[in-house]
Design a protein around this ligand. Sequence first.
Ligand code: FA5
Length: 382
Amino acid sequence: MSAPNKSFDPVEVEALKPEEIARMRDEALAAFAAAGDLAALHEAKIAHTSDRSPLALANREIGALPPQAKVDVGKRVGGARGEVSRALKARQAELEAERDARVLVEEAVDVTLPTDRFTPGARHPLTTLSERIEDVFVAMGYEVAEGPEVEAEWFNFDALNFTPDHPARAMQDTFFVRATDGGGAEQDAERDAETGIVLRTHTSPVQVRSMLDREPPIYVVCPGRVYRTDELDATHTPVFHQVELLAIDEGLTMADLKGTLDHMVGALFGAGVRTRLRPNYFPFTEPSAEMDMQCYVCHGESVGNPDRPCRTCSSEGWIELGGCGMVNPRVLVACGIDPQKYSGFAFGFGIERMLMFRHNVEDMRDMVEGDVRFTRPFGMEI
Ligand code: FA5
């Protein structure tokens, strides 16, 4: 910096000439205007406003001027530096606004775009099959009825004509929640106290509840979860699903039962699939039958035909579907229905077994393990 000098004339100092100061200012303003981004502006800021910039150096020369010249030149240099500083601030704000707008566009997330990253949940194939079966009967005028899974032994066995020594009542078949003679003071219902509590072993107790709750004619379809002390293996599970059918009306016969079964099988497996009844025994139906349907894949053509084996029916031509029969008059009486006036038929079958032969599932354990690789091929019905 020059030393103070009373005779110093600013006109003689090149850096303090008015046109020189205006040039420095204009160069700074032009550099700011030309900066296309914040990095370029930073460079221009260092060049035109730092301690080594032309205007800062000119400012230093002011101290050596005589007092009057100091005021004039100081105003001029100060004014130029003020303009430069305001222009820098304005350009900085402009470039920051541009950057923010660009970032908003570049980094925007379109939440409406389709994505396959999260697959939606879907109903289990057992649920959809059960509902499809219910639909067939609802379309015929049946009502869906449900009952408790923790059931009084009276509903599960006694009312259905199971004698006290029937093998199905044994501990090795039935999960007892409270055994018959294990009651105590806290037993809440008289009937429960007499009979004990079980996890229902079939959906047939819903027949009894439906008959006690309604006046004939009664047409109900009863889906639900049931429990047996079976080991989990390829064809058994201790917790499985059944669908039960009950019709009570005047003049119902086995022909009505057969016609209803034929309709159900046609609706689920295709028109023309036949059914057959084989004699069987259930305490709550008389007569009772085991119901088979013709194999819907080979239509019986694989029987005795090694060239055309069928894995759906194991080349037997028929698939066992479930138990059925005319409701035993003893059951009607237990439920307060006059067997002289009314008759009825019932039918019950397992959903897991039906899913197995309907979709060629070889192992029932796949249905309970919750692996989406099993359920995904059934589609994403929700
Ligand atoms: C019954 O449970 C009778 N209540 C059916 C019935 C209803 C007959 C109305 C007459 C009138 P059953 O014990 O056979 O019948 O069982 C019916 C079906 O449940 C079987 O055909 C089978 O498909 C299925 N099932 C039985 N045990 C298991 C098990 N451990 N795992 C999976 N499915 C089973």
